[in-house]
Unconditional design. Structure first.
Length: 578
């Protein structure tokens, strides 16, 4: 049984906003105090209405008008200060949750729905901000009013009701005017929410690339900028609402003034008592609205509690892979890579790699061959340290990769995946992905090496051409060459190629293959081979089966053995012939 409300977890995020909360609380107190003056003023006006003293009636009505104006200013203050505190809390909470998610390992994102994460970071957090705003001023204000205002209500006089509706057309027009402007601002806000959702879906679906290029901080900063624009749009909408309520409230007050005049006339005619008039004022103006808001806020409070729980469920998730407290920066490497008796399993009792050993000297090209599930991709995932082996070591230049920072490790490794992920942005931004300040000279040099410079310069915008979400505006071969340029823009000494030509036509494949031959020079290269024609010139071919190396050697030597590699090669040769 849950005893403590989930809302308590919001306090560390709300407490830094205490200056705004104090200002808002002062405005709430002022609003309630001036509200409590209204029954007194109503009694004074009713008294002189009963006497028919028009001069005194005008005096007290003028004083009441001033009270309503000051009360409206306090209402504006409590709204604007509290919504500012709530939106700032939402922004800080959203930043913290997003940054926390980037600390989680690849295993978490492989088992989590991206859409759910997007919803929690957008809709759930927005709901929390709305209820915090309402609880911080509406609940307190309404609760105090319900204590102070008489809790009884008499039968309402219909002529007074009609009099109160005289200004209804004007108020309806103003509400419509405010509504149209709010609609525009709401659309802007929804567009920003949509941009946030699209960005999150894009980043989380390409999280392997984000982590491989150590671009977590870059993505967090990019997200923070979009989140700030979303906060500003919502703040402008709330500002307009804060102006609307006092204006409409003042017109409502003028309607009440007319009620006083009509009530005075009816009392002079003997058609109404002062007691009935005051009861109408207390019931309509001071009692019904707080009750409605209290009920509405309580329902929202309970509904939003689920969103609070969903948000902090994410924050409670701990990374499965952490840097050591004393982790050091990996210096510029030469490119020697060793796997020393490495064993790994995604699920206990289901080993994927078993006591695997291999050594790649600087500049070697190592091809990994085997059927699906043999452990090829897992071997690469361990090198990038998406996971840690259960036993054994992986060394780069004789340094255990568990002793260095993740960013310094992954920036020394370039990867060209089989499934290319490009992000919404320009060609230059995609090649220089993760760079806050784009190095256009390095980007162009990488593009030339990757055989991409020629087709890029044919676009009217050149390197500033917008590629579209996931690169929809580019062909497969063009996307592949951009991925190659992105992999080498930092000049890594270790390169991973996940069969970069498997889904291309012959012309595109030739251009990509030429680029690959160029980028492989003087680098330690690991090729995950699906088509054996791409590994003939590898210095060493490793054939994996059930997480173990069953054959190793050059293309020629393995064919002469007539073993598993020769069998794979014969199968592909005959398939190609057919």
């Amino acid at each position: 049984m849950k005893v403590r409300s989930s809302y308590w977890q919001l306090l560390p995020y709300l407490w830094p906003q205490w200056p705004l909360l104090v200002k808002g609380s002062v405005c709430i107190l002022g609003f309630v105090l001036f509200t409590l003056l209204l029954p007194y003023l109503a009694g004074q006006v009713a008294f002189f209405v009963g006497q028919g003293n028009v001069n005194q009636i005008a005096y007290w009505l003028g004083l009441a008008t001033l009270v309503f104006l000051v009360r409206g200013l306090f209402q504006y203050g409590q709204n604007i200060f509290m919504i500012a505190a709530a939106l700032n809390m939402v922004l800080n909470l959203r930043k913290r949750v997003y940054a926390h998610l980037h600390k989680l390992g690849l295993d978490y994102f492989e088992t989590t729905q991206t859409g759910d994460l997007t919803y929690r970071l957008t809709e759930d957090i927005d709901r929390v901000g709305e209820i915090v705003d309402k609880l911080s001023h509406q609940f307190v204000s309404n609760f105090l009013q319900l204590i102070a205002i008489p809790a009884y209500m008499l039968y309402l006089n219909w002529p007074l009701t009609l009099a109160g509706l005289l200004l209804a057309p004007l108020m309806a027009w103003l509400i419509g005017l405010f509504g149209q402007r709010l609609l525009v601002l709401s659309r802007q806000s929804q567009n920003h929410v949509s941009n946030l959702s699209a960005m999150l879906t894009e980043v989380f679906s390409g999280i392997r690339v984000v982590q491989a290029f150590a671009a977590q901080e870059y993505e967090v900063k990019r997200f923070n900028q979009e989140a700030e624009r979303n906060r500003q749009a919502k703040y402008r909408a709330q500002q307009l609402k804060s102006i609307q309520f006092p204006v409409v409230g003042f017109l409502e007050a003028v309607s009440i003034m007319l009620l006083f005049l009509l009530g005075g006339w009816q009392i002079s005619q003997g058609n109404l008592t002062a007691q009935g008039f005051i009861s109408f004022l207390a019931a309509v103006a001071l009692l019904i609205q707080p009750i409605d808001l209290m009920i509405s806020n309580f329902n929202e409070y309970k509904q939003t509690e689920a969103s609070v729980e969903r948000i902090f469920e994410l924050m409670a998730r701990q990374p499965s892979l952490n840097e050591k407290p004393d982790a050091k920066e990996l210096p510029r490497v030469i490119g020697k890579v060793e796997y020393c008796h490495v064993s790994f399993a995604y699920n206990l009792g289901e080993p994927v790699l078993k006591d695997l050993c291999l050594c790649a000297s600087p500049g070697n090209v190592i091809a990994l061959v085997g059927s699906s599930g043999a452990g090829k991709s897992t071997l690469i995932n361990l090198l990038l340290r998406f996971y840690d082996p259960q036993s054994g070591q992986i060394l780069i230049d004789d340094i255990d990769i568990r002793n260095v920072t993740l960013n310094s490790l992954r920036r020394q490794i370039g990867i060209v995946p089989q499934d290319i992920t490009l992000f919404s942005g320009t060609i230059a931004q995609n090649i220089g992905y993760g760079q806050e300040e784009l190095d256009l000279e390095a980007i162009q040099e990488a593009a030339k090496i990757a055989n991409a410079h020629s087709f890029i310069t044919q676009f009217s915008q050149g390197y500033h051409t917008w590629v579209g979400e996931r690169g929809v505006n580019l062909s497969g071969g063009q996307r592949q060459r951009l991925a190659i340029a992105r992999a080498i823009v930092h000049d890594p000494r270790i390169l991973i190629l996940d069969e970069a030509t498997s889904a291309l036509d012959s012309e595109s494949e030739a251009l990509v293959q030429e680029a690959l031959e160029r980028v492989m020079q003087n680098r330690t290269v690991f090729i995950i081979a699906h088509r054996l024609s791409s590994v003939r010139r590898a210095d060493c071919i490793l054939v994996l089966e059930q997480g173990q190396v069953v054959e190793s050697g050059t293309h020629t030597s393995l064919l002469s053995k007539g073993g598993r590699y020769a069998h794979f090669y014969a199968q592909q040769f005959y398939s190609a012939q057919e």
